[in-house]
Design a protein around this ligand. Structure first.
Ligand code: ADP
Length: 511
C-alpha cells in the first residue's frame, strides 16, 4: 500500500491523517496543547509542545495503520498562520510561539494604519495590517522587548520550528510567508520596505521555498521513533486556510469556500496575487500559481455558543441531562421563526471583528426589537447575523474575483440543516457540504501527492472529498433577505463610529 501523511498544526491541536493515494482516510490522530494566556491579550504556545504533538500524531497514525516505512511515500504539512518565534544564536527559542490570536501588538498595527505606512506595505504583501501578523508583532517586540529583539538570530514560525527540529534547516514556504506581512506576493521575496521598518535583515528570516518543495534527511532520532525513513520526502506544504480551500475542492474560479466553525472565513482561489484597494482582504499563496483571496471573521459559531450559554442556560441543562445537543434544540426552536426573524437584526460582533470591518472595538447588537419578538427570534436572528456578516465579506471579495457560482462550506455549523439552508438563501448560491474530514490535512496530502507526482493536478481532490448535503437557495427566503440586507449593511455603517466609546466604557468599568 502507498500512503501520504497529512499533518495540520492547528492553534489548539495538531491533527494527522494517513491517506491512501486515492485520498481515503486510513488512520487519524489528534493531540492538543496548552494556549498560554497569562496576561490580557496574550495567546502563546510552547513550540516544544507543538513539536511533541507533531511527532506523537505522526507516530500514532503509522502505528494504527501498521504502515511500513517503505509504504509512506511522503509527509506534507499544513499549519496555522501568523505565529512568531524568536530564535537566538544557539538556535534556542527566546520566546514561546506568539500565535495569531495574540493582540499585544495592537498599538503598533494601529500606528501603521494611521500613518499610512501600513497601506503601502499591505499593497505589496496582501496581509491586512493587524496585530495577528508577525509584521506588527516584530515591531512591538522591537519597541517593548529590545533585549529579546537584539538577541534574535532568526524570526520564524511554528512550522519552520518543526522543520528545523526535524531537518536542521530554517526554511519557510511561500504560503506561511505570505501571511507574515513581510513577504512581497508579487515578487515572491521578502519585502525590503517591511524589513526596513522592522530594522531586520533578510538573513534573520528563513530561506524561502515553494509550498511543493520537499526535503529529505529526517534526523535519525525521529526516523527511529516514527518508523519513517530518512529518505522519505517531507513537503513543506502551506497554511491551514488555503489548504482547506483545496481540501474542500474550492480551487476553481467562482467556487467559494465558506467556513463557520468557532470563527469563520470566506475564501476564493485566483491565479495571480491581488490586493484589495481598501486593505480589508488577505491574499495568501496556495502554490506559485494559485492564490487565495478572502476574509477571516472572528464571530462564527462562537456567537451561537454565547446564545446557547447566556440566553438558553435552562435548555442547556435539560439537553445535557437528556444527552442531546443544545445546538440541535436551539436550531429546532429557530426553525419555527420565519426567514428574516420578523425584522429582528443582529450584528454579531461579540469579539471585536476582523473582516469585513476590521474593528477590534466592534460590539454586538440586536436591532428592531418589538414586543412580538421572542427568544426564538433572538436565536434565529443571531444565526442570520453571522451569515449576513460573512455575506458582506463575500461582497468585498466579489469586487475582485467576480460573482460566485457555488459555495463549498465546512465547519461545525454544517451539523444544522437550518443554518446550511440559511447560507444558501442569504448568499443566493447553491451550497455543498463536502464530506472531507480534516480538510486542511486532506489539502496538505493532496499538495504532497501533487508535489511528488502521484497526481497530475490539484483537481484530483474532486474524487476524494465526497458530498453530504446540497442546498439550493429558496426564493421565498432569499427575497426576504434581499429586503433586509441593505438595512443590515446601512446599520453597520451607522454603528461603526459608536463602537470605540462603548468598548472603552466597558474596559474602564470591567474588573
Ligand atoms: P472549530 O472551529 O473550533 O474547529 P467546529 O468547526 O466544530 O469547531 O465549530 C464549532 C461551532 O459549531 C460551535 O461553536 C457551534 O456554533 C457550531 N455547532 C456545533 N454543533 C452544532 C449543531 N448541532 N448545530 C449547529 N451548530 C453547531
Amino acid at each position: 500500500m502507498d500512503y501520504m501523511l497529512g499533518v495540520d498544526i492547528g492553534t489548539t491541536s495538531t491533527k494527522s491523517v494517513l491517506y491512501d493515494m486515492k485520498g481515503q482516510v486510513v488512520a487519524y490522530a489528534n493531540a492538543g496543547y496548552k494556549l498560554y494566556q497569562d496576561i490580557p491579550d496574550m495567546a502563546e504556545e510552547d513550540p516544544d509542545d507543538i513539536l511533541d504533538a507533531v511527532v506523537e500524531v505522526m507516530g500514532q497514525v503509522i502505528r494504527k495503520a501498521k504502515a511500513q516505512a517503505s509504504e509512506i511515500k511522503g509527509v506534507s504539512f499544513s499549519s496555522a498562520m501568523h505565529s512568531l518565534i524568536l530564535m537566538d544564536k544557539n538556535d534556542q527559542p527566546l520566546t514561546r510561539a506568539i500565535t495569531w490570536a495574540d493582540n499585544r501588538a495592537a498599538k503598533y498595527s494601529d500606528e501603521l494604519k494611521s500613518n499610512g505606512l501600513g497601506a503601502e506595505i499591505y499593497a505589496k504583501t496582501g496581509t491586512p495590517i493587524h496585530p495577528m501578523a508577525p509584521l506588527s508583532k516584530i515591531l512591538w517586540l522591537r519597541h517593548e522587548r529590545p533585549d529579546l529583539f537584539k538577541q534574535t538570530k532568526k524570526f520564524i514560525d511554528l512550522k519552520t520550528y518543526v522543520f528545523f527540529k526535524l531537518f536542521g534547516v530554517y526554511k519557510m514556504e511561500y504560503s506561511i510567508a505570505s501571511a507574515t506581512g513581510m513577504f512581497n506576493i508579487f515578487k515572491l521575496d521578502w519585502e525590503p520596505q517591511a524589513l526596513e521598518l522592522l530594522q531586520i535583515t533578510r538573513e534573520q528570516l528563513p530561506e524561502l521555498v515553494e509550498p511543493t518543495a520537499a526535503i529529505t534527511g529526517l534526523k535519525n532520532q525521529y526516523s527511529d521513533i516514527l518508523g519513517i525513513s530518512s529518505k522519505t520526502p517531507f513537503i513543506f506544504g502551506a497554511s491551514d486556510g488555503v489548504l482547506s480551500n483545496l481540501g474542500v475542492n474550492a480551487i476553481d474560479p467562482g467556487v467559494v469556500a465558506v467556513t463557520i466553525g468557532t470563527s469563520g472565513a470566506v475564501r476564493v482561489v485566483v491565479d495571480k496575487p491581488v490586493v484589495d484597494p481598501d486593505g480589508k482582504l488577505f491574499c495568501y499563496a496556495l502554490t506559485k500559481d494559485k492564490w487565495v483571496v478572502g476574509g477571516p471573521v472572528n464571530n462564527g459559531g462562537i456567537v451561537f455558543r454565547w446564545v446557547k450559554d447566556q440566553l438558553f442556560a435552562p435548555e442547556r441543562i435539560t439537553a445535557e441531562q437528556m444527552q442531546v445537543s443544545t445546538y440541535d434544540i436551539l436550531t429546532q426552536i429557530a426553525e419555527k421563526i420565519p426567514a428574516g426573524s420578523d425584522g429582528l437584526l443582529f450584528h454579531p460582533y461579540l469579539g471585536g471583528e476582523r473582516a469585513p470591518i476590521w474593528d477590534a472595538y466592534a460590539r454586538g447588537s440586536y436591532f428592531g426589537l418589538t414586543r412580538k419578538h421572542t427568544r426564538a427570534h433572538m436565536v434565529r436572528a443571531a444565526l442570520e447575523g453571522i451569515v449576513y456578516n460573512l455575506y458582506v465579506v463575500m461582497l468585498t471579495i466579489e469586487k475582485i474575483t467576480g460573482k460566485p457560482k457555488r459555495i463549498q462550506a465546512t465547519g461545525g455549523f454544517a451539523r444544522s440543516s437550518l443554518w446550511r439552508q440559511m447560507l444558501a438563501d442569504i448568499f443566493e448560491q447553491p451550497v455543498t457540504i463536502p464530506e472531507s474530514f480534516e480538510s486542511s490535512c486532506l489539502g496538505a496530502a493532496v499538495l504532497g501527492m501533487y508535489a511528488l507526482g502521484y497526481v497530475d493536478d490539484l483537481s484530483a481532490v474532486k474524487s476524494m472529498i465526497g458530498v453530504t448535503n446540497v442546498h439550493q437557495p429558496n426564493p421565498n427566503n432569499f427575497e426576504v433577505y434581499r429586503e433586509l440586507l441593505p438595512i443590515w449593511i446601512r446599520l453597520s455603517e451607522i454603528l461603526e463610529p459608536e463602537y470605540k466609546e462603548i468598548a472603552e466604557f466597558q474596559k474602564k468599568h470591567s474588573n
